[in-house]
Design a binder for this molecule. Sequence first.
Ligand code: SR1
Ligand code: MG
Length: 406
Amino acid sequence: MSRFTGYFLMKEGDIPDYVRFEFPDYFDDGAKLSVREIGDGNLNYVFRVVDERSGKSIIVKQAGEQLRISAEMRISTDRNRIESEILLLQDKYAPGLVPRIFKYDTVMCACLMEDLSDHRLMRYALMEHKTFPRFADDITTYMVNTLLNTTDVVMEHKAKKELVKSFINPELCEITEDLIYTEPYNDAKGRNIVTPENLDFVKKELYGDRALHLEIAKLKFDFMNNAQALLHGDLHTGSIFVKEDSTKIFDPEFAFYGPMGYDIGNVIANLFFAWDNGDAAGNGVFCEWTLVTAVEVIDLFRKKFLAEYAKKVTDIMAKTEGFAEYYLGTIIADTAAGAGTELIRRTVGMAQVKDVTTIADRAKRARAERINILCAKDLIMNRAAFKTGDDFVAAFRGAVKAVDAL
Ligand code: SR1
Ligand code: MG
């Protein structure tokens, strides 16, 4: 009788038997398996399994019932099914840009997936001020293909609604509704982390700005009700592996049907966090790369989206002249808002980013945080005015100027 017929949280020592049970043909009989837990996120356990004889490897990712970031937060382990199913789907829409899933197991809430150890986590590579020339092209191909292809513009509407059903993700969406669309503006659960140097600034610019609260309320209800496309749902640079000639987007456990701009905006905000880190280190060349890349991400997304739309549109009304441009306009406005809400929540919320938190000089860190907050407010409050990549970078540069003039 197998030990793996009822859920428990596995330890490193359980993993060799588990892999042999779930995927008996993957390793040779004589394989000498060594296991290391390498998870770095806030939620799950990730085990790297290597056959020391052949070097062949595999990843086992298991969802725990308690979150790593806080033992008080418990969420459904069904997120592992959602993650595995969406990766299988995205592999069809964006082949080569997501890791391969070999198998997933709804009993242990675990999946066996391709080991991408020859890649690096993008956030850490950016914190060493490495640049990735393929990134803008790859990430926009991924976003256009996974997002547009799952909309009502392209899909038969009943089939799309079936997908909406199978990717209902209430508990992970609730985390986003709280951490992104509520707490940064009121510290409602006392979980915000605000740098002491910025306490007054945050009180005035975030907690005390009623006009901002109104826009965030609108965005929150749009996030919850606009089932536009199947999102990754957490598309930050800790969800992306990179190497010189390859980009792989993983960890889509927050996937659900929502507004596309949420994903695109996350990418832009995380390039700005990389700028913060480069700027604190005085690396102007790297900073320039982050901003040029942000411009390319928006402009390439626009270009590829319109080209793909013309090829793939099936809905008769969505073929109406002018509709593609109108629809894209709303996506770019949502992108500005998505970038803004990510910039704010990572600066004052409970889940922050190492690009900024590792800036050792207190004054430089406080400056970066103020830049993020002022840029975010411009992106959110004026979101309908954002059209091109240059518009996004002008907002960021404007915030740098405004903070330096304070
Ligand atoms: C409680 S989970 C905190 C954050 O980690 C994930 O990666 C998501 O970004 C979430 O908001
Ligand atoms: Mg994650």
